[in-house]
Design a binder for this molecule. Structure first.
Ligand code: SF4
Length: 338
């Protein structure tokens, strides 16, 4: 049977700067550029994008997926087709939330009146290089690319994503080491009778499309850094080590990213002073995992924040400031009564 090349005329590919773009965006953009396409990534989230996504989505959708729809809308007329991959839950314990399974159909349906073209591929297991490669090769063939060129493009894309992830993980390691060092210095100073402030290392635990989208998370991140805390990003820690470690917490949890976030908590717990969970209302996976984290992670203070389309980040700064104040009070022995 002849391979359909119905996407061969797609020369400019639009990619929404939302959801899994923050996890696999380097792979996606490198792949399309390597097969000779021009990539247009939507602009950073702003109020207009968020409002448009809210307007086009049903109320029950989570804030992150509403923002995603706003990004798709912003690409209409700026590209030949929008890339919306499908990440179904092919195998246990490596799956994604249902939003990533339905994203392609959801976009086609939402934008059918605008006749928006959508190109896609189905990645059955995002942790298996062969599965991801097969999905991207199949898509490239439909774009009129030879198998040889598709394979070379995929190798470049996979390597670029891996290098990006390793650099991110190294940055988190360096930050943790810096906090360790500052803590040692502070301890020595206190032992010598000096009055010094201890460093405050805070692990921010959220899906990458929350943590690294400034429109959604800057109220939290800026408040923490303004108060002198050092932020470590759970989603950016070593994915492989975090994933493996997550089995100490649960053998059955189905979602890949939630697994990595929980594994990162376990890996960093002894080296941080507090944890800030950020969840987008109403996130199904987070509603289960955040509750389990609050109940099962002992000995580390946790602040659980929810952001939604209505209230946005109102009140978040106050809660973060109170949390940091309490941690600093505790560092000085405030709640220890002899
Ligand atoms: S994991 Fe949660 S925040 Fe992410 S898309 Fe699914 S419901 Fe939305």
């Amino acid at each position: 049977m002849l391979q359909a090349t119905d996407w061969a005329d797609v020369k400019v590919v639009g990619i929404p700067r939302a959801l899994l773009f923050y996890r696999f965006g380097v792979l996606w953009t490198t792949f399309f550029e390597s097969i000779g396409r021009t990539v247009v990534v939507s602009d950073p989230t702003d109020k207009a994008i968020a409002d448009e996504g809210d307007h086009l989505s049903v109320d029950e959708c989570c804030l992150a997926s509403k923002v995603f729809v706003g990004h798709v809308e912003s690409l209409v007329g700026r590209c030949d087709a929008v890339f919306v991959p499908c990440y179904p839950t092919g195998e246990p314990r490596t799956g994604f939330c249902t939003k990533f399974q339905s994203a392609t159909d959801m976009v086609r349906n939402t934008f059918r009146d605008q006749k928006l073209r959508v190109i896609s591929c189905e990645v059955s297991n995002a942790r298996k290089m062969k599965d991801v490669r097969r999905a991207f090769e199949e898509m490239a063939l439909r774009m009129g690319v030879s198998l040889k060129d598709a394979r070379a493009a995929f190798k470049a894309a996979w390597d670029a994503q891996r290098a990006h992830d390793e650099a991110q993980a190294d940055a988190q390691d360096r930050t943790l080491r810096r906090v360790d060092e500052q803590r040692k210095v502070a301890k020595a100073a206190v032992a010598a009778g000096e009055d010094v402030a201890f460093p405050l290392g805070i692990l921010v635990v959220a899906h990458p499309y929350i943590t690294h989208d400034p429109y959604l998370s800057s109220a939290v991140i800026d408040s923490l850094t303004d108060m002198g805390a050092t932020v470590i990003y759970a989603d950016a820690m070593d994915h492989e080590r975090s994933y493996k470690k997550s089995f100490d917490f649960s053998g059955t949890m189905p979602w890949l990213i939630n697994r990595e976030l929980i594994g990162a908590i376990l890996l960093a717990q002894d080296r941080i002073d507090g944890i800030v969970l950020i969840s987008a209302f109403p996130c199904g996976p987070d509603s289960m995992t955040d509750d389990a984290i609050m109940r099962c992670i002992q000995g580390t203070p946790i602040l659980n924040l929810m952001i939604d389309a209505q209230s946005g980040t109102a009140g978040v700064e106050t809660r973060v400031e109170s949390f940091v104040d309490i941690l600093r009070f505790q560092q000085k022995g405030g709640y220890v009564h002899g």
